[in-house]
Design a protein around this ligand. Structure first.
Ligand code: HEM
Length: 424
């Protein structure tokens, strides 16, 4: 998939932000505030809708328009999902159920088939997903055939990902599988937050508990884009504090908090550990990895390790991404920050994600200057338990309860976290 996907994720495609603009406008219009007033909204839900509508247009050329559905009502615990009862709603439910089951299989390990001896728990979900995706794939293949007959071709910049796949592959099953893999990689469904929605949620959270960060970020936004100008790629390059806030959030709350790799039938030798911990040469021997071994690593812990990041590792300090001394540590050891993974399997959607998040934040901060948590509207499940106050590290200061399935999110998704927005 990587080789096929890579040309699609080029920089040129990402400097055309019309699509982000449309979905940002729609998202912010849902906040419905009159000038000088306040509004309470469920950040995680709203950002997930923004993200799925944008991603569906980008990937299939079809806006799923979850933003037009009814939003959760403050203080009520219903999910109020925009789409549960319609055709697309059945797809998202099946997709989420399949993902949950895949997560469960992962947790059970090699013995998971024993739990599904008599029934494949994903069979029904897969049927629903196929029924939804197959006509889209067929349509893309038909269009390709017609265009070839007419001797016309569409430039890659104007294609969505499905059309791009159909250009390189003829097998509808393979196209469907690639499309689903991409959807899974970007984890975009409205009931579970996508990775970009997850980061935007945690940024809003940080802006509410660190108002000075919101103020500084907003000043940068207004400095570069004024209060109405749509941002461009050039603006993002100059907005150093914006990138610092995003990176600092990705450091403390990486949407993929843990990851694993498996070696196959052959054992292998891993390079020696870096010099962060080892002092003697004995500690720096290459590591033997036996055949059929699973190796688990946890970016969340690496990102919060005081040996790498200093004694303030648990604190939210975007300045560490600007200060040359702390930045030099990261430049010397880039593996200490891997929210998008690294090496040959690094995330292909990384630039898309940075642009989407930056675009949204500019548009949000052009309109709002203060964010306040509204814990009175949250379910008790999404609030940290009182005993966390006595714990060490971030648990002592957290005002929400982060949790993880395939991706990180704020616990008890349907109604957390509520935030109060104030118009400037
Ligand atoms: C903040 C947002 C995002 C984060 C933190 C993120 C993170 C990651 C990580 C850690 C991986 C490696 C997974 C592994 O090792 O198994 C990955 C892979 C991938 N991501 Fe992202 N991702 C983000 C957004 C996106 C978006 C928006 C898309 C697509 C529109 C995307 C497409 C992919 C794809 C296709 C892969 C698989 C690459 C491969 O296996 O070769 N990602 N992402």
């Amino acid at each position: 998939m990587r080789n096929i996907a890579r040309p699609f994720f080029t920089r040129d495609r990402f400097s055309d932000f019309d699509m982000f603009e449309r979905h940002c406008t729609h998202t912010l219009s849902r906040l419905n505030t009159a000038e000088g007033s306040e509004c309470v909204f469920e950040a995680q839900d709203l950002y997930s809708r923004f993200s799925i509508d944008t991603a569906s247009e980008f990937l299939f050329g079809k806006n799923l328009d979850t933003l037009s559905g009814s939003l959760p009502v403050p203080g009520e615990s219903s999910t109020a999902s925009a789409t549960n009862s319609d055709h697309w709603g059945s797809f998202t439910q099946a997709f989420d159920a399949a993902k949950e089951n895949i997560t469960l299989r992962g947790r059970l390990g090699a013995i998971w088939p024993l739990f599904e001896l008599f029934k494949d728990r994903n069979e029904q979900n897969c049927d629903v997903i196929r029924q939804w995706v197959d006509p889209l794939v067929q349509h893309a293949l038909d269009c390709k055939g017609k265009m070839a007959q007419a001797g016309v071709s569409t430039p890659i910049d104007e294609k969505n990902f499905l059309q791009h796949l159909a250009d390189s592959i003829d097998d509808p099953v393979l196209i469907r599988d690639q499309l689903i893999s991409m959807l899974l990689a970007s984890r975009d469904t409205p009931t579970w937050p996508s990775q970009t929605a997850c980061v935007l949620t945690f940024i809003t959270y940080f802006m509410s508990i660190h108002p000075e960060v919101a103020e500084k970020l907003r000043a940068e936004v207004l400095d570069h884009c004024g209060s109405t100008l749509p941002p461009t790629f050039e603006h993002f390059k100059q907005m150093k504090y914006m990138r610092a806030v995003i990176n600092e959030t990705l450091r403390l709350f990486p949407p993929l908090p843990l990851n694993l790799r498996e070696c196959r039938d052959e054992p292998c030798v891993l390079p020696p550990p870096d010099r962060t911990y080892s002092t003697s040469d004995e500690d720096r021997q290459p590591l033997y990895m036996p055949a059929n071994t699973t190796l688990l690593w946890v970016p969340l812990l690496i990102h919060r390790n005081p040996t790498l990041w200093g004694n303030d590792a648990d604190e939210f300090k975007p300045e560490r991404w600007i200060d040359s001394e702390s930045l030099s540590k990261f430049i010397a050891n880039p593996m200490m920050f891997t929210p998008f993974s690294a090496g040959p399997r690094i995330c292909v959607g990384q630039n898309y994600a940075y642009n989407e998040m930056s675009y949204f934040l500019v548009r949000l901060l052009q309109q709002y200057d203060r964010f306040t948590l509204a814990p009175e509207f949250q379910s008790p499940d999404s609030l940290p338990p009182p005993e966390w106050k006595q714990r060490k590290g971030r648990q002592a200061v957290e005002k929400i309860w982060p949790s993880a399935a395939l991706t990180l999110y704020v616990k008890y998704l349907p109604i957390a976290p509520w935030a109060l927005l104030e118009l400037s």
